[in-house]
Design a protein around this ligand. Structure first.
Ligand SMILES: Cc1cc2nc3c(=O)[nH]c(=O)nc-3n(C[C@H](O)[C@H](O)[C@H](O)COP(=O)(O)OP(=O)(O)OC[C@H]3O[C@@H](n4cnc5c(N)ncnc54)[C@H](O)[C@@H]3O)c2cc1C
Length: 232
């Protein structure tokens, strides 16, 4: 959920076109689209992400994806993945393009990585001729590195400023459960949709949300009673 709300959502806000903003951001802020994973790292492209080899080739109406990602947190549960792929076989970060990939697309295979703790929060994700329509390209062709750096910038801010709330609080979990109808306790339900307003030293979500005229700023629908004192 943190990846969706604090990393990918704001990236769509910055780089998405009007249609992408309209179709992705309201469900993210309402908590209906909870999981978008990061399809960045590859077996030979971790720290050196710009050397990634996953390919996106032009196809009629879109792109065909072939390659592999690794260490993808939450891939098994994600509805979408923010995918960075190479749209030009020559090297360099100027040859990359970003996409929003539906994780149930034919040709996507997800294999869990079993950790020594017994858990399996990471995954390998394989792509075999996976079709993505061009409408799901995020940003211009060849501008994927800018999209990547935007997401990583939000990740840096999110990780660095929020360690006290890593993974979310119990109240966060209760809000999600109430919204999804998984608990009879409605005490936190009025704090949803997600908040865009400041709370103490950090915000419930990145300040960039407040710049979105459709959902942020003075729109009272996105205020959170738990942090601003004003209910929805
Ligand atoms: C909790 C967690 C969640 C993650 N979730 C995701 C996710 O959802 N999606 C995703 O795409 N990735 C994810 N990752 C992967 C993470 O981004 C990678 O760990 C990162 O890309 C580093 O790659 P690597 O592990 O292959 O290490 P490598 O790049 O192989 O690096 C191994 C070591 O070598 C060092 N090193 C590398 N290059 C150099 C150099 N040139 N000079 C000196 N030292 C060097 C590194 O500092 C490191 O110590 C996650 C990682 C963690 C820990």
């Amino acid at each position: 959920m943190t990846v969706t709300l604090e990393l990918v959502g704001p990236t769509i806000l910055v780089h998405g076109d009007h249609h992408q903003r309209a179709s992705f951001l309201p469900p993210i802020l309402r908590g209906e689209l909870l999981l978008v994973c990061q399809l960045f790292s590859e077996p030979s492209a971790g720290s050196d992400l710009a050397s990634l080899r996953c390919r996106a080739e032009r196809s009629e109406g879109g792109w065909l994806i072939n390659g592999q990602k690794v260490w993808t947190s939450g891939a098994r549960f994600a509805d979408y993945g923010e995918l960075i792929a190479r749209t030009d076989p020559t090297g360099g970060h100027g040859r990359l393009t970003a996409f929003l990939l539906p994780m149930d697309s034919p040709g996507v295979e997800i294999r869990s990585i079993r950790q020594m703790t017994g858990g399996a929060s990471f995954n390998e994700v394989f792509f075999t001729d996976v079709f993505i329509p061009d409408e799901l390209r995020l940003g211009d062709v060849g501008h994927g590195w800018a999209v990547t750096l935007t997401t990583l910038g939000f990740e840096r801010a999110s990780s660095g400023s929020g360690t006290a709330r890593t993974g979310g609080s119990f109240a966060d979990a209760l809000r999600v459960a109430a919204t999804l109808g998984r608990t009879a306790d409605r005490s936190c339900a009025n704090a949803w949709p997600l908040c865009t307003r400041p709370r103490g030293p950090r915000s419930c979500s990145p300040p960039v949300w407040a710049s979105w005229p459709d959902q942020g700023g003075s729109d009272s629908r996105v205020r959170c009673s738990s942090c601003s004192g004003s209910g929805t």
